[in-house]
Write a protein that binds this ligand. Structure first.
Ligand SMILES: [Zn+2]
Ligand SMILES: [Zn+2]
Ligand SMILES: [Zn+2]
Length: 258
């Protein structure tokens, strides 16, 4: 079966360019140096799954023609991955259906609490003026959305937990500062990995380029795509410094997998 993942955003929480910054990357005319907040879309042709709904979701949906979704996979609840949530109402208004919203129990509890206006049982007056979501807690077991089987992959993200997702030979691992030992078996035989790596310097809650690349000694992926990039990274200059199995994500990058 053939799938496609589209990188909707490859930037760190500030996005690139950073507001007010006049560094070379923020001023770059290379479109690959313009990075919306990190998110992706997995499609089987029949089923479309959004990974994360950050503050750039509306622009990503307009740019990449996303008006219909079959599910949302939440990695974690940081603002750069979640605070476009309200804009999902355009999707559920069109479909007139509840949109399944998957995440760990802990992360979905956060969503329920911080977006309480969406989940008030007693308030029908808002109608379709709010995103109609059905929260679906996931554990470590695989689950099916439409014709896509999804395997959650627990990740460390500094002092938080995040959930990566594997579909077939592809894995999406963001945000993360490390992969717990028990998750490596879930990633066995993976061919293509999109993984959180901020920049070359180390950081307490994200992988550095060096750390992400070193993880491939164990993952053995044919193709590793670094995402969640900061304005310290120039697509053209830093791409040239990577080993042959690795490359930089950019907004609009499409990867086919099986
Ligand atoms: Zn992030
Ligand atoms: Zn800058
Ligand atoms: Zn994060």
């Amino acid at each position: 079966m053939g799938y496609r993942v589209t990188i909707l955003g490859s930037g760190t929480s500030y996005g690139v360019p950073v507001i007010g910054c006049d560094c070379a990357v923020c001023q770059s005319s290379d479109s690959r140096d313009r990075r919306r907040r990190t998110a992706a879309l997995i499609s089987s042709g029949e089923t479309r799954l959004l990974i994360d709904v950050g503050p750039d979701f509306r622009e990503q949906a307009l740019t990449f023609g996303i008006s219909k979704l079959d599910g949302v996979l939440l990695t974690h609840t940081h603002a750069d991955h979640l605070h476009g949530l309200d804009d999902l109402r355009a999707v559920t208004l069109r479909s007139r259906k509840e949109l399944p919203f998957y995440g760990s129990g802990e992360n979905l509890e956060f969503v329920r609490k911080h977006f309480s206006y969406i989940f008030k049982d007693d308030d029908f007056s808002l109608g379709w003026g709010i995103p109609r979501l059905s929260l679906v807690p996931i554990g470590d077991e695989p689950f099916k959305v439409g014709d896509i089987m999804v395997q959650p992959v627990p990740l460390c993200h500094g002092r938080w937990n995040a959930t990566g997702y594997r579909v077939g030979s592809f894995a999406y691992l963001a945000d993360c500062s490390g992969i717990p030992e028990s998750s490596f078996q879930l990633l066995e035989g993976v061919d293509t990995v999109v993984i959180d790596a901020l920049h070359w310097r180390e950081h307490p809650t994200h992988l550095s380029f060096g750390q992400a690349l070193a993880l491939n000694d164990r993952l053995g992926a044919r193709r590793m795509v670094l995402t969640h990039l900061t304005h310290e990274i120039s697509h053209r200059e830093d791409s040239a410094k990577l080993p042959s199995f690795a490359e930089l994500a950019y907004d609009g990058l499409e990867i086919e997998f099986s």
